[in-house]
Design a protein around this ligand. Structure first.
Ligand code: UD2
Length: 313
């Protein structure tokens, strides 16, 4: 059986995607350079004979080309990236290398070796400060960071390859993904990962603003399932869709769920709103349902409950 090749396999979304591919009975080849990915994320996967892990930097020389030539994957799910918006602002050259040049190498390796399908980790960051609510895929793209710009450019590059060379390309515009294995290391990490760590340590989180801001929080399990569908569903067209729930959840609601699990932790501390923050964000989920048969199934309460109870959180 031809494997599915997952780049960034040891990352937050990558490792959950690998787990779901294996659970679906597929062979999986994973590649990661462990720059931000962690081997512990792949503990379950590494116990499976259907999983092969390659420790390599896909931007180095012909590493990726050789990997694709030898593994002959049925699809590539390209999730390897520089994932921090803040880091893309601090180091635009590294952002270019990891978020755009790497995409070009993936597209070229797929073309050269006849890989029929590519799935790409795009982001709601391509919409930038567009205030449309909900955000439909056709909304104007106003990226406000090198990260968002590289994701948008990558989409164009991949879809161009798709049309020129006959590959099926799926660009997955993830909204605010949360779940176990997400790194809470920086103040700019996803808010739920930061809150999960604070509550686990018995400390109140900090709310920037009044907590009325909303986001379209989607469980990483739903995101991994969307990746599985995009990589394996037969006869789908190329395209780009939001990967979101279509529901806006306020930070106050998030805090309430945490408080119900940690009744002894004092209420959040308040701080001034973070400059540059948008107030409300929600994606339109209909196009993903039409093109991939995907609809998010995990609500915020269930998703947070699972995160709080999971040991890996
Ligand atoms: C950021 C990124 C986005 C993506 C996402 C990851 C920008 C412009 N956008 O968007 O690309 O990486 O994060 O989830 O950087 N907050 C608190 N307390 C905290 C941390 C955050 O109240 O300790 C607030 C924050 O001010 C914001 C909301 O929580 O209003 C969500 O913050 P976020 O950083 O998780 O996500 P977002 O959508 O602002």
């Amino acid at each position: 059986m031809s494997p599915i090749l997952v780049t960034g396999a040891a990352g937050f979304i990558g490792s959950h995607t690998v787990d779901q591919l294996l659970a679906a009975g597929l062979a999986v080849s994973g590649v990661d350079n462990f720059r931000t990915g962690r081997r512990t994320n792949l503990e379950r996967a590494l116990a499976s004979p259907a999983f092969t892990l390659h420790e390599a930097d896909i931007t180095a020389g012909d590493t990726l080309d050789r990997l694709v030539a030898t593994t002959r994957p049925a699809a590539i799910i390209h999730l390897a990236a520089l994932v921090s918006v803040q880091e893309s602002i601090a180091d635009p050259a590294l952002n270019y290398l990891l978020n755009l040049h790497a995409t070009h190498l993936v597209a070229e390796a797929a073309r050269t070796h006849g890989v029929p399908r590519l799935v790409f980790a795009s982001s709601a960051a391509i919409y930038g400060d567009n205030p449309a609510f909900p955000l439909h895929e056709a909304a104007e793209k106003n990226p406000i960071s090198p990260y968002g710009a590289a994701k948008l450019a990558s989409e164009a590059l991949l879809l161009g390859h798709g049309r020129s060379f006959g590959l099926t390309v799926r660009c997955q515009r993830y909204f605010n993904v949360f779940g176990a294995r997400q790194d809470p290391a920086s103040p700019y990490s996803g808010v739920i990962s930061i809150f999960a760590r604070r509550y686990r340590e018995g400390l109140p989180p900090t709310l920037f603003g009044d907590g009325g801001q909303t986001r379209d929080f989607i469980s990483v399990h739903d995101v991994a399932r969307a990746n599985l569908l995009a990589a394996t569903r037969p006869a789908i067209p190329s395209g780009a869709t939001n990967i979101c729930t279509g529901r806006a959840t306020s930070l106050q609601e998030v805090v309430q769920v945490f408080q119900s699990h940690y009744p002894h932790v004092s209420p959040p501390r308040r701080a001034a709103p973070r400059s540059g923050d948008i107030l409300h964000s929600r994606g339109a989920p209909e196009k993903a349902t039409a093109e991939l048969g995907f609809a998010a199934a995990i609500g915020i309460e269930a998703g947070l409950g699972e995160l709080i109870l999971s040991r890996a959180a």
